[in-house]
Write a protein of this length. Structure first.
Length: 180
């Protein structure tokens, strides 16, 4: 089993994010920050309900060379263990995996994982804020790839309700390997 990077002082922990978002931002924005491409981060809101952070994320190097844009995204984290990742200035672009805004209060958040996927293939609260931001960063790169090349660059989760079938042997094996 692959070793996981353990960060000092639990700064990736979701409870730390809820109680001290500035400490999380400080670590993310440091020269040796754990996530490539975090250009800036701001605490937009911090109160008893949760925290809202806004990030500017640079594209991965090959994507930057292809002209992919920097992305602005907000991460909403509630004290009830709910998370939403919402692209900013994004309504004029097409999205393959973004929730529709059907009524007031809908965020138009990114669909970052399929809820019926095996637990090994989804983000969980215990995975922490850095993993969540990494997943969001990756997702934004995939969305731009899809807009440009009309194909999702990895196995795509089926949509709708019902059992989610992992389509490829590689994803089935990955799910089994991480469940151990």
């Amino acid at each position: 089993m692959a070793a996981r990077l353990v960060l000092t002082a639990g700064v990736h922990d979701m409870q730390t994010l809820l109680h001290d978002p500035d400490a999380v931002l400080c670590h993310l924005l440091s020269d040796d920050g754990p996530i490539f491409g975090v250009l800036s981060g701001t605490v937009v809101l911090h109160d008893a309900r949760g925290v809202v952070l806004e990030f500017v994320l640079a594209p991965w190097t090959p994507c930057a060379e292809a002209g992919f844009p920097d992305e602005r995204v907000r991460m909403l984290v509630t004290t009830k263990h709910r998370v939403f990742v919402v692209p900013q200035d994004a309504d004029d672009r097409h999205w393959k995996h973004r929730m529709p805004k059907r009524e007031p209060g809908d965020f138009g958040e990114l669909c970052l994982w399929y809820p019926k996927d095996p637990a090994a293939l989804t983000w969980r609260w215990r995975d922490g804020s850095f993993d969540l931001l990494s997943i969001a960063h990756r997702h934004l790169q995939y969305e731009e790839f899809w807009r440009r090349y009309h194909v999702w660059p990895v196995e795509d989760a089926p949509h709708g309700h019902g059992k989610n079938a992992l389509l490829t042997t590689q994803m089935q094996e990955a799910a089994q390997r991480w469940e151990r």
